[in-house]
Ligand binder design. Structure first.
Ligand code: SAM
Ligand code: SF4
Ligand code: FES
Length: 345
């Protein structure tokens, strides 16, 4: 089948074989038609509204050692922080007053807070009438259950890559099976589950990116975040080539074609590679943006990769900046909580 026929098939049936996905990924001849098709599918299934999720980077401590990430435990040069529970609640309150209907609490992994502390944070933020997304790594099922019972609505945990060997090489001491266990537990516990992948990891193939996209459909993901791997000089992969903006955009666009009604963020890492990256993402299948609502120097210290955007900006500035950009491309900021399928809970 020719490339334009594959795109047409995906737009109509939302189904593609691995071979067809690889074909789309390996040629750049039909990139624009691919992005336009993803944009049409986005418009048809989730409309023109853009959901903003206010991101609080609440601790940069991490017990894991992912080769690509600046928060890895062996990165001794990074000043570490752990926000007090009341500070997290304060940042969330300010985000809610700025009009955010979701806050995302993200951190490195480990027992950084007791379960009681997290339950207090979650229930206090829930009382602000905001949805809560957690992204704090792998936990026992019972802890996920307690967070869910306290009011957490969504959980983000990228699979990073579905190539088990590559995953375990990139994240020594972590088990691919446990990552899958977490994603399945979260789904069973009633979370909206977000996963996703890094594009351009050393040794990653187009076949494995195609597997990633098929995996997103297989596990019934509600949200998918796709971003380029950006080499961080303070990590063992500092001299690796890194992922491209275009390839990340293609993986994201194909994901929209296959999973037409899910929430897809235009990721911050895309904007680190292209100064208009998030708006291009929103015009190529995405319908979510996650502006930073962390205050002060913590933004800079949450140093996953170099070139991170907004490190010297305030939450209020980012909020008005992103609203203007969204309006400039003819879209509007949603006033709802932005659950998948616009369900209220
Ligand atoms: N610790 C949790 C986890 O790993 O799921 C959540 C926080 S982690 C910093 C969030 C995401 O950052 C990861 O899923 C990974 O894809 C991304 N990330 C880390 N290092 C990166 C890099 N060098 N380039 C691009 N994205 C990166
Ligand atoms: Fe830790 Fe997450 Fe970074 Fe891995 S990606 S080192 S688990 S913060
Ligand atoms: Fe932070 Fe534009 S979103 S400055």
């Amino acid at each position: 089948m020719a490339l334009d026929e594959i795109i047409e098939k995906a737009e109509c049936s939302h189904e593609l074989s691995k071979k067809e996905i690889v074909k789309l990924l390996e040629s750049d001849e039909c990139n624009e038609p691919l992005f336009s098709a993803a944009d049409r599918v986005r418009k048809k299934y989730v409309g023109d509204e853009v959901h903003l999720r206010g991101l609080i980077e609440f601790s940069n401590l991490c017990v894991q050692n992912c080769l690509y990430c600046g928060l890895r435990r062996d990165n001794a040069g990074l000043d570490r922080y752990r926000l007090e529970p009341e500070t997290i609640i304060d940042f969330a309150g300010k985000a809610a007053r700025c009009g955010y209907k979701t806050v995302v609490l993200q951190s490195g992994e480990g027992d950084l807070y007791s379960c009681e502390e997290m339950l207090h944070v979650i229930s206090s933020i829930k009382a602000l009438d905001t949805a809560i997304t957690l992204s704090m790594g792998e936990k026992p099922r019972e802890e996920y259950r307690a967070y869910r019972d306290a009011g957490a609505d969504r959980y983000l945990m990228r699979i990073e890559t579905t190539d088990k060997k590559l995953y375990e090489k990139m994240s020594p001491c972590m088990s691919f099976e446990n990552r899958l266990r977490c994603l399945r537990d979260l789904k069973e516990l009633g979370y909206e589950v977000g996963t996703g992948c890094l594009v351009g990891l050393p040794g990653q193939t187009l076949e494995s990116l195609a597997d990633d996209i098929l995996f997103f459909a297989e596990i019934g993901a509600d949200m998918i975040g796709v971003g380029p791997f950006i080499p961080n000089p303070d990590t063992p992969l500092g001299k690796a080539p890194g992922g491209s903006f275009e390839m990340s955009l293609k993986v994201m666009a194909i994901t929209r074609l296959i999973l037409p009604d899910i929430n897809i963020p235009a990721t911050t890492a895309m904007e680190a590679l292209n100064e208009n990256g998030r708006m291009i993402g929103l015009q190529s299948g995405a319908n979510v943006v996650m502006p930073n609502v962390t205050e002060g120097d913590y933004r800079r210290l949450y140093a996953l990769y170099p070139g991170k955007i907004c490190v010297n900006d305030t939450p209020a500035h980012c909020r008005s900046c992103i609203t203007t950009k969204i309006m400039e491309i003819g879209r509007r900021v949603s006033q709802g909580h932005g659950y998948r399928g616009n369900l209220t809970r």
